[in-house]
Design a protein around this ligand. Structure first.
Ligand code: HEM
Ligand SMILES: *[C@@H]1O[C@H](CO)[C@@H](O)[C@H](O)[C@H]1NC(C)=O
Ligand SMILES: *[C@@H]1O[C@H](CO)[C@@H](O)[C@H](O)[C@H]1NC(C)=O
Ligand SMILES: *[C@@H]1O[C@H](CO)[C@@H](O)[C@H](O)[C@H]1NC(C)=O
Ligand SMILES: *[C@@H]1O[C@H](CO)[C@@H](O)[C@H](O)[C@H]1NC(C)=O
Ligand SMILES: *[C@@H]1O[C@H](CO)[C@@H](O)[C@H](O)[C@H]1NC(C)=O
Ligand SMILES: *[C@@H]1O[C@H](CO)[C@@H](O)[C@H](O)[C@H]1NC(C)=O
Length: 335
């Protein structure tokens, strides 16, 4: 009975997504050039190399899924999914994307370097860093499920430009309101469903106190807390995040379940325990709130929806065919 109901809701939900896809067709048109079997001839071992590597590292670092999926989100939202977030600053006067403010906790760069190293030995000069990141993020989030949670189409090429100042206006901040979030997602060809569904990635991982302390101590500048945050939960957060914030202290975004990728994020949202203003903002719009309510019904439904939105996100402005390059080192453009 419950299963039948969930499947029905899923069906309705996916149909709605289907309709909204049409308006985004242009933005994501390059996505048509991505293929699941892109490396079938040139690097048939790729998927296995990435999966085995990630499975090993994940035993040592179970937080890897959170780190890599956030890295991919930041990659895709600045200049498309072109591996630009992986580039280091070169000595030419402008800082790279990863040096920008929102980078504070971006991690996982070494893992991508290591996988790239193995891949280059097996099939040199054919696999892009952008594709390695897409596979690695998928596999790291999927480890506990023992099956890939979404399909990754391949054939992205690597960009050659990475500018710190381009994170402004492309990467949303923790204090963003609903209007700002939706505008930003729309500008990437993503809709309100994608916004709510992809925000569900905050089901895993941690955040630095700096992103939340204003909500706890000085929301309107009068020494007050954000009234939209559950007061008891605000108290717990104040214990974990004393004022002023220690820049190194982190809190789980979905406490008690921060390594479990599930629909629990939507449960806490509806209890007014979403960590950021940008999380709570998903309840401030009627349509968005109704999507939160739908997704809260079942993890199966959430995972299906997430898979679909990830395929859209990982196709944003991809470089294909003769565009870009296949970097030899993910941190540097080719000489
Ligand atoms: C909707 C707008 C979003 C905003 C405003 C936002 C903001 C943030 C912020 C401020 C942090 C904490 C960074 C820190 O202090 O260390 C964070 C962490 C995280 N975000 Fe988001 N995010 C958004 C969407 C997304 C999306 C679309 C994904 C992936 C699909 C994602 C995945 C994550 C993950 C997994 C973490 C935890 C990282 C870790 O544990 O290392 N976020 N986000
Ligand atoms: C970003 O910085 C680069 C180089 O420093 C500059 O050419 C560009 O105009 C800047 N872009 C924006 C949006 O500020
Ligand atoms: C993040 O950006 C800051 C400057 O805002 C920089 O000092 C720091 O090195 C950067 N972190 C990484 C990992 O690049
Ligand atoms: C070096 O700086 C220029 C702008 O001054 C920028 O266009 C170029 O992409 C930068 N190089 C890299 C590798 O980002
Ligand atoms: C949302 O935030 C933007 C940018 O800070 C601001 O200009 C706008 O007025 C805000 N919208 C609402 C409805 O609060
Ligand atoms: C609270 O915010 C106001 C206005 O931004 C500021 O003047 C004041 O110093 C802040 N108080 C604390 C305790 O941080
Ligand atoms: C934060 O961590 C860095 C590096 O580990 C350390 O040097 C610094 O003292 C720490 N800051 C605080 C306030 O604990």
């Amino acid at each position: 009975m419950r299963v039948g109901y969930s499947i029905f809701i899923l069906f309705v939900f996916l149909s709605l997504l289907g309709i909204s896809d049409v308006s985004n067709a242009n933005r994501l048109s390059h996505a048509n050039s991505l293929r699941y079997d892109y490396y079938k001839e040139t690097c048939p071992q790729l998927n296995k190399i990435v999966k085995d590597f990630i499975t090993d590292i994940n035993r040592i670092n179970p937080a890897l899924g959170a780190q890599l999926i956030r890295l991919q989100f930041h990659d895709c939202f600045v200049r498309g999914c072109d591996g630009s977030v992986l580039l280091d600053t070169v000595n030419n006067g402008s800082k790279a994307e990863k040096e920008a403010g929102p980078n504070r906790s971006l991690r996982g760069f070494e893992v991508i370097d290591d996988i790239k190293g193995v891949v280059e030995r097996v099939c040199p000069n054919v696999v892009s860093c952008a594709d390695i990141l897409a596979l690695a993020a998928r596999d790291a989030v999927s480890v506990p499920f023992r099956r890939p949670l979404w399909n990754v189409a391949l054939g992205r090429r690597d960009g050659v430009i990475s500018l710190a100042n381009e994170t402004n206006g492309n990467i949303p901040g923790p204090f963003s309101n609903f209007t700002t979030l939706l505008q930003l997602f729309n500008s990437k060809g993503l809709d309100v469903y994608d916004l709510v569904v992809l925000s569900g990635a905050h089901s895993i991982g941690v955040a630095h106190c700096g992103g939340v302390s204003r909500r706890l101590y000085n929301f309107t500048g009068k020494g007050d807390a954000d009234p939209s945050l559950d007061p008891e939960y605000a108290g717990i957060l104040r214990e974990k995040c004393p004022n002023p914030a220690n820049p190194n202290t982190t809190v789980e975004m979905d406490p008690a379940s921060s390594l479990r990728f599930d629909k629990h994020y939507y449960d806490i949202l509806r209890q007014n325990k979403g960590l950021f203003v940008s999380d709570a903002a998903l309840l401030t719009d009627r349509e968005s709130e109704s999507i939160v309510v739908q997704l809260q019904r079942s993890t199966t439904l959430f995972l299906h929806a997430f898979s679909r939105s990830m395929r859209k996100m990982t196709a944003i402005d991809v470089l294909t065919r003769d565009d870009g390059q296949i970097r030899q080192n993910c941190r540097l453009i080719n000489p």
